[in-house]
Design a protein around this ligand. Structure first.
Ligand code: HEM
Length: 522
């Protein structure tokens, strides 16, 4: 039974609401990671332009930024604003991305690695923003510099007082150039490395935002840059305390705390939050499911399961048995999410094989083997009452199909609808149902990342193993429904029932010649 989770419900409602305007394909909440990458691209390209005109010396930095902002407002100014706003958009997107994984409970269990490695990226992005503000060397830059030095002074690793150096005017050009180096090269390289680790346990990683979304975001950034160009404060003056500072709350939120807190307290808070975020996947831990197992007798090493695995848990290696095939597959148990997608990828999972004995396949889920899936499907079909019979395949992470209590409907819930072998759909249609409805997580939002996508492609004949051409597509419906979409799903089922009733009527009224032709065609 699913536990009621108000945060998840609320979040799903928000996503559902955005789906009305954007559709599943362009819903920004489904593409937060790739949107963050897109904003980084904008930051990079605009940053390269700014670098060309930026003077990395303490005496020339401010004037060079002012030159770009005012004298070259049509290009340099726009680039500066794009650089600022894209950085803000990136951090906002990252925070939403993080919140989403939490709200939808996609941060525990096998996902601990992606979550844990995401946390340091936050540090890298925030500190990158901080050095960026520093480099302008206006009043805000000085404020950031002095308070950062105070923070550094509170660490036992720093000897001497950096803050005093600022106050006594001993900040050298060399130190400023070091900041420039960090911002322009050191920190970006660290961030790229951290991101590489972050997505290391995923395959087919979506780092390119959909074109429409990228274009829309860029237009919004341009509009903001033209309407509200980014400008500097007055130039930094070591002997003057600025009266008003416009803080960028996305990046500089820790600094105003230092008005009332000591640097040590600010460190305790930052490190405390970081450690808490890092251990969240174990608060409480999620049970790891049994990993997929390989049956070499049925595996020809074609590699389809390895290519389909969304979590990079399957690899190929040279055959270790005497079989004539070149490769065999291996599952890394610690990476396996137990989604079952690989079972449907395997050609040996064709449910028309081994009709009267156990159906063994190349790769299987020990806790719900494909043979049992076939048997339970047959039982579900046998239990359907009514004239027009529909079998609904659902997944354990979307709307709970076991709640459907409509006459004429049988249900089967799997770990993911990507676990349904296409042959099972054909099997259901051949064994007494009038139609098959496939549901599962909403489009663009598969709990196991690629289950929905691979299933659609297999049904459309675009990815192996395909649903055979001979199967009547008019008797198959796909409608995705999250936990909160029960009403929409039951409405769809009613519509599908009506459709099947008229289809049945049409086919029974067809002329005998047409019926013979249809059978021959089959
Ligand atoms: C610079 C910041 C970040 C970027 C650019 C980024 C980007 C991405 C991308 C592209 C993916 C793969 C999405 C997909 O193809 O399904 C991903 C996955 C993930 N990210 Fe991030 N991420 C960032 C920070 C974070 C942070 C701060 C957290 C949380 C602490 C986080 C948690 C996760 C998790 C749990 C996944 C796995 C999702 C899944 O398995 O379905 N990320 N991230």
């Amino acid at each position: 039974m699913k536990i009621f989770n108000p945060i998840k419900r609320g979040y799903l409602a928000l996503e559902g609401w955005l789906n009305i305007s954007f559709g599943g394909e362009l819903n920004p909440l489904y593409h937060l990671g790739s949107l963050a990458f897109f904003f980084f691209w904008v930051v990079l390209v605009s940053g390269i332009y700014l670098f060309i005109f930026f003077d990395t010396s303490l005496s020339g930095a401010y004037a060079s930024v002012e030159y770009m902002t005012n004298e070259q407002w049509y290009l340099g100014g726009v680039m500066r604003s794009l650089h600022r706003y894209a950085s803000d958009a990136a951090i906002l997107t990252i925070i939403l991305h993080m919140f989403r994984e939490f709200a939808l409970d996609r941060y525990r269990g096998f996902r601990w690695f992606s979550w844990m490695t995401g946390v340091p990226t936050l540090w890298f992005v925030v500190t990158l923003g901080i050095t960026g503000y520093w480099l302008v060397w206006d009043e805000l830059g000085l404020y950031v510099a002095v308070l950062s030095a105070q923070l550094m002074d509170a660490l036992p690793i720093v000897s001497g007082s950096m803050a005093r150096n600022f106050l006594e005017g001993q900040l050298t050009d060399r130190f400023f150039t070091l900041m420039g180096f960090l911002h322009l090269l050191g920190q970006p390289i660290l961030l790229i490395f951290a991101l590489w680790i972050h997505v290391k346990r995923l395959s087919h990683v979506e780092i390119t935002a959909p074109r429409g979304l990228a274009l829309g975001s860029f237009i919004a950034l341009m509009a903001l840059s033209l309407y509200l160009p980014a400008v500097s404060h007055a130039p930094a003056q070591l002997n003057k305390v600025p009266s008003t500072l416009n803080i960028d709350w996305f990046y500089l939120n820790i600094y105003p705390l230092l008005d009332t807190w000591t640097a040590g307290q600010a460190w305790v808070l930052s490190i405390g939050v970081t450690v808490f975020l890092m251990v969240m996947p174990w608060l409480p831990p999620k049970k790891m499911e049994q990993a997929a197992v390989v049956h070499l007798d049925e595996c020809n090493g074609c590699g389809q399961c390895a290519d389909d695995c969304p979590f990079d848990a399957i690899t190929l290696r040279k055959r270790t048995d005497e079989k004539r095939w070149e490769y065999e597959v291996v599952v890394a148990d610690n990476l396996c999410a137990a989604c079952g997608i690989c079972v449907a990828s395997c050609h040996s999972s064709n449910v028309f094989r081994y009709k009267n004995k156990t159906l063994d396949t190349g790769i299987d889920m020990p806790q719900f083997p494909v043979d049992e899936v076939r048997r339970k499907t047959a039982e579900a079909i046998a239990g359907i009452q009514g004239d027009t019979k529909i079998l609904v395949f659902g997944c354990d992470h979307a709307y709970d199909v076991k709640k459907i209590n409509t006459s004429g409907i049988g249900v089967m819930s799997l770990f993911c609808t990507g676990m349904v072998p296409p042959s099972l759909v054909e099997y259901a249609l051949k064994n007494g149902v009038d139609g098959v409805l496939l549901t599962g997580c909403r489009n663009g939002d598969c709990f196991f990342r690629y289950g929905n996508i691979w299933m659609d492609k297999r049904m459309d004949g675009d990815r192996k193993p395909v649903l055979q051409d001979r199967v009547d597509r008019s008797r198959i419906e796909v409608f995705r429904a999250a936990e909160t979409d029960g009403k929409k799903l039951s409405q769809k089922i009613t519509e599908f029932q009506q459709h099947l009733i008229s289809l049945n009527k049409e086919q029974s009224n067809a002329t005998p010649e047409a019926q013979i032709e249809e059978v021959q065609h089959d």
